[in-house]
Design a protein around this ligand. Sequence first.
Ligand code: ADP
Length: 477
Amino acid sequence: MTIHQNLIAGEWVGSDAIRNINPSNTNDVVGKYARASVEDTKTAIAAAKAAFPAWSRSGILERHAILRKTADEILARKDELGRLLSREEGKTLAEGIGETVRAGQIFDFFAGETLRLAGEVLPSVRPNIGVEITREPVGVVGIITPWNFPIAIPAWKIAPALCYGNTVVFKPAELVPGCSWAIVDILVRAGLPKGVLNLVIGKGSVVGQTMLDSPDVQAITFTGSTGTGKRVALASVEHNRKYQLEMGGKNPFVVLDDADLAVAVEAAVNSAFFSTGQRCTASSRVIVTEGIHDKFVAAVGERLKSVVVDDALKAGTHIGPVVDESQLRQDTDYIEIGRQEGAKLAFGGELLKRDTPGFYLAPALFTEATNDMRISREEIFGPVAAVIRVKDYEEALAVANDTPFGLSSGIATTSLKHATHFKRNAEAGMVMVNLPTAGVDFHVPFGGRKGSSHGSREQGRYANEFYTTVKTAYTLA
Ligand code: ADP
């Protein structure tokens, strides 16, 4: 099996390999991917630094063409890349193809943004002096991504970084290097000059840490766990660099007595269990008022009967496997913790046997949970959710906001009054009314508050806040 190499200073290099394993069938090796060392990472950072002066002044048509070609190729190959994504990560083929299309759309969006770069010109408060406000690229951007969105997250960080004229050192999650390798390969063939984008697949403690420790990395954008996010923050303060963190969530989904039951059930099941619950926007706390509680729980139970958990690539699968053994252990440990805390495991939670060896878990729904239990406070990151019964809307809102996190917050209601109040008072970066907590557009800001996020928003035009720095220039006429 050939090794997919790292891209360092414009050369494909590396022989020491990581095996990329299919979580739906652990006998299936998706591919072998080079493992970068500390030295490789330092070389990549130096290459990005050397490439910055030319790339930061490159013509907007050159950048537009490269991003546009990349978008076109990703979209043309959506079935093949979507399949690779599902094979390496375990989300269903429909989800894999959908995510790939989104990655293409993100490159398309930022291709367009290269043609819309603009500043402001205004008079100074002093006579005969003009003021220009422009945005300049930051420099070498370090990109560190997690395993749960193997193509969309790399796309939503790489595309704006390049669009605004930065150079990049990119470290994908070791567990899912396939899609990352593919988009780097596409970008290079689309004409990206040497050193502008460097791919360093490898361990967080080796490659990632080398990026954090380098004074030549001017900005780091990170999506991953809260613990690693804190390391990124501390190291970035040390180097006085810009940083942006997207970390955990413990997103609430509120169901009120006046909800449309079918809408509420569909949104709750989607939020909690689709993509195997492995989305930072997944909802793991379903907060239900007492008038609809029993009806809602029974209807979710009915709905779960028709949910098929199986090989991600099989037609008819709704939920694929958990990504790997250690994540599966974390999920089953939390199911045990929930039981011991006194919540009632109403549905699922058992390991499933399928035709191929994989990490299959039946979506688990607890009832009779309280908001102070560990299953309600800590991020599990699997198909495990807990229903918390509350008296009324006011209590539901208070419970929804009683969490260290603040990424996404959902509500099912037919009341304009409650929907409007919830939108204004949910302590989250994103609010969903009669929609799942997960599933966001690519052209609008994404991000959270409290313990979920730090720094400016990702995606859409708001991305320029992170990937550029503002300059104010005064000229005597
Ligand atoms: P997850 O639970 O999603 O794997 P992590 O925070 O461990 O969350 O991983 C997210 C990304 O951060 C991965 O690419 C991982 O390799 C990287 N990472 C892990 N440890 C470090 C570290 N010490 N420094 C920099 N990056 C790291």
